[in-house]
Design a protein around this ligand. Structure first.
Ligand SMILES: Nc1ncnc2c1ncn2[C@@H]1O[C@H](COP(=O)(O)OP(=O)(O)OP(=O)(O)O)[C@@H](O)[C@H]1O
Ligand SMILES: [Mg+2]
Length: 256
């Protein structure tokens, strides 16, 4: 026997959404654009941060130029490069904050009847991954016999114009991989992913706590020679940005 349940008004069950709070100013939902992270909001704590911001602007300009060219049917010149960017530095130096600005620099919008973007339906066009999740996802396809293999990066990235990988080297151990094989497996997954990105002209913004200067750097060893070689192609000179001298903003906020 089934019992019919009368639907209860949802407002009784779920508290009102943020936009329904009575004490919010009436135009609070209209200021979303201003609420997005912006480079101008970053406090300059060190000259190296100024240099990093300049480089992020240069990346944006290069990316825009490349996108404009890709969208132009008339332009038949050789494709402009779509550079990748590595932000390297210790904890709290603003790497993720910079990546968030980049994330919101290109958005998909739903338009209303008048062709104006609807504020609540604007989402970043890029894909954001925490390195740990990305590595795990890259191998989470399993066949009927229980062997796992790499899901095609294309299935994960889809048509995103660029990709952000946050916190490379803060990965957990990869699930279902024996301990001695962890390093090789990690390097192969980075290689597969970056190789797909370079071949499909999808730039990668990568943040890491590892030093990234030179072929013997900790980052180069972490991702392995195959992936590093691709990163060298993807990140032109100047696009590996060091924040190693920038002070920890979290300590500053804590008054230390
Ligand atoms: N220059 C800055 N101006 C204003 N806020 C900042 C600045 N740098 C960092 N912050 C803020 O400080 C906090 C820590 O910064 P963030 O998360 O970007 O550090 P991180 O370099 O990614 O560190 P981690 O390596 O630990 O992930 C964030 O809340 C961020 O918004
Ligand atoms: Mg971070």
């Amino acid at each position: 026997m089934t019992t019919a349940t009368l639907p209860r008004p949802i407002a009784d069950i779920i508290p009102a959404a943020r936009t329904n709070w009575p004490d919010l100013p009436p135009d609070a939902t209209r200021s979303q654009r201003a609420a997005r992270p912006r480079l101008a909001d970053m406090e300059i704590t060190h000259p190296d941060l100024t240099a990093a911001i300049t480089q992020v602007r240069a990346w944006g300009a290069a990316m825009n130029a490349a996108r404009r060219q890709q969208n132009s049917a008339a332009d038949e010149t050789a494709p402009l490069p779509t550079p990748s960017l590595i932000l390297s530095g210790p904890n709290g130096t603003g790497k993720t904050a910079l990546a968030r600005v980049i994330q919101w620099s290109m958005v998909n919008a739903v338009l209303d009847d008048d062709g104006k973007p609807i504020d609540d339906m604007i989402t970043p066009a890029c894909r954001w991954y925490v390195a740990a999740d990305l590595l795990a996802r890259l191998g989470n396809e399993r066949d009927g016999d229980g062997y796992n293999y790499s899901a095609a990066p294309g299935q994960i990235v889809g048509s995103a114009p660029f990709v952000i990988i946050d916190d490379v080297a803060a990965e957990l151990s990869i699930p279902f991989v024996a301990y001695p094989a962890q390093e090789a497996e990690r390097q192969i997954r980075y290689y597969l992913f970056l190789d797909w990105c370079v071949n499909n002209r999808v730039p990668v913004i990568l943040t890491t706590n590892l030093a990234a200067a030179g072929d013997n750097s900790a980052l180069a060893q972490h991702v392995g020679p195959r992936a590093w070689s691709r990163l060298m192609q993807m990140c032109p000179r100047g696009y590996i940005v060091s924040l190693w001298s920038v002070p920890d903003y979290r300590r500053r906020v804590g008054g230390r």
